[in-house]
Design a protein around this ligand. Structure first.
Ligand SMILES: CC(C)(COP(=O)(O)OP(=O)(O)OC[C@H]1O[C@@H](n2cnc3c(N)ncnc32)[C@H](O)[C@@H]1OP(=O)(O)O)[C@@H](O)C(=O)NCCC(=O)NCCS
Length: 433
């Protein structure tokens, strides 16, 4: 089998092979290589050919930046377009492509790789572990009253002011929060509804501000936005965009949504801070002729449920893994992210797919880590895929100890690892690729 990068000449062959592997990719335009696929860089598109020259498999990578805990930005390949022709499956084509791609990633000096998995059974063997999670939050409009923020109410009690309100959220002023932020802790701002085509560079700029501060978020290359101009960020179906602006008129958030049979579905809410998210949530929850609002792609720890007067008014469902992470250089990866608790941990890491093994002493002081080889007794022994799962702080090491995947060598090892890997904010990714 031969694996090499696609060229201008055989890019259509690459696209045809992806489509055949997926049984026609949903909603993908197929003419001229397809708008969607033309966002890829050809030298990162691998085409596998059988001995008779027939194209049988594909794997590609977008050049993304990933935000690590502590807001450091690192280049990562976003693995995509992975497919093998139905006639050639279970013969090791994907395995060969993964090996080739990981070697290329290392050659480029990148030390992490990320992907979204169509099935959770495919990528663990290649060293990837689920690292961020996402949920759907559904709010019936009749249960959508916001509670008075108790911290705010306490402050008001201390210094008498106009915003005293009842615990059940029945204060009639709360519904104006998105336009008058003085009462709900949000800054003054405004929301305007635009069609996607009217948004110009706004979405790209707001998304870029947001993703730089959110651990687990990925950049969206300009080329990607440019090629999909005039379409919504995720789906080709028509969407409205509610753009939030701060008091100076600067856009700092948006919600991309559609309304169908009384259900308003928000595909993605991008907000530079929590108060902007709240303002956008209030806006869509006040939409006339809507009985239910579905927020897709919400981080599992999002406070919106807690902001409702009726805690059960926000129904969380469809929790699933989103971004999978693979470490290719353990010391570089561990020293690239920020840490929030001082401590020391010896990690014995095996990488069965690449046939590698290393024992690392991780020392954290003042938010920075040092990671050096050691022959000290390990605190934890783990597979590189499990290190990928805990790396961004979205999965507690103790969960994987309890699941029987990480071995803790003494009783305090798991709590110590939990404390060390914990981040100031849970990672979240909502970019689909
Ligand atoms: C997933 C896919 C790329 C696998 O390709 P493949 O060439 O058959 O994979 P390999 O032969 O290299 O398989 C390697 C191992 O993974 C296992 N494996 C592969 N695909 C699997 C799947 N979908 N579920 C469970 N195990 C799978 C194989 O059984 C094999 O296990 P083994 O090493 O214990 O024998 C192929 O089935 C495909 O194109 N599926 C449809 C498109 C798709 O889902 N792509 C992934 C997008 S994220």
């Amino acid at each position: 089998m031969e694996i090499r990068s696609a060229t201008d000449e055989d890019f259509d062959v690459f696209v045809d092979t992806v489509h055949a592997a997926f049984g026609l990719f949903p909603g993908t335009p197929t003419d001229g290589g397809g708008l969607w696929w033309s966002a890829l860089e050809k030298d990162r598109c691998l085409l596998a050919r059988a001995a008779d020259g027939r194209p049988v498999g594909t794997a590609a990578a977008y050049p993304f930046e990933l935000t690590l805990p502590g807001e450091s930005l690192v280049p990562v390949p976003g693995v995509t377009a992975v497919g093998v022709l139905p006639s050639h499956r279970r013969r090791g084509v994907l395995t060969a492509m993964m090996r080739h791609q990981l070697a290329e990633t290392r050659d480029r000096g990148e030390f992490l790789s990320v992907l979204l998995a169509s099935q959770a059974t495919i990528y663990g063997r290649f060293g990837y572990g689920p690292a961020t999670y996402t949920t759907k939050l559904t709010v019936q409009r009749h249960e959508a009253d916001f509670a008075a923020p108790r911290a705010r109410a306490a402050a008001d009690t201390e210094s008498p002011g106009p915003a005293a309100s009842s615990e059940d959220g029945s204060h009639d002023g709360w519904h104006d929060g998105s336009r008058d932020g003085s009462r709900d802790g949000s800054r003054d701002g405004s929301v305007e509804v635009l069609r996607r085509a009217e948004c110009g560079e706004i979405l790209e700029e707001v998304y870029d501000r947001y993703r730089r501060t959110r651990p687990g978020a990925l950049s969206r290359p300009h080329r990607w936005w440019a090629l999909r101009a005039g379409q919504p960020p995720i789906s080709p179906a028509p969407r409205y965009i509610a753009v939030h602006r701060d008091a100076d008129g600067v856009p700092d958030g948006y919600a991309s949504y559609s309304v169908d049979s009384g259900t308003l579905t928000v595909d993605e809410t991008i907000a530079c801070d929590d108060t902007v998210f709240t303002a956008l949530a209030r806006f869509v929850l006040e939409h006339d002729l809507v009985t239910k609002v579905v927020f897709k792609q919400v981080p599992p720890d999002h406070p919106l449920r807690w902001q409702l007067a009726d805690f059960r008014g926000g129904k969380v469902s469809d929790e699933s893994d989103w971004l999978w992470v693979r470490l290719l250089d353990v010391p570089r990866a561990l020293t690239a992210r920020a840490w929030f608790t001082d401590g020391e941990l010896v990690l014995d890491v095996t990488d069965p797919f690449l046939g590698e093994h290393g024992r690392h002493l991780l020392t954290v002081r003042d938010g920075k880590a040092d990671c050096v080889p050691t022959d000290r007794e390990p605190d934890l022994s783990l597979d590189v895929r499990d290190l990928g799962s805990v790396y961004l702080g979205g999965t507690a090491p103790s969960t994987l100890v309890r699941a029987g995947h990480i071995r803790a060598h003494h009783p305090s090892a798991a709590p110590l690892a939990d404390a060390l890997f914990r981040t100031d904010r849970l990672p979240h990714c909502l970019h689909w690729f």
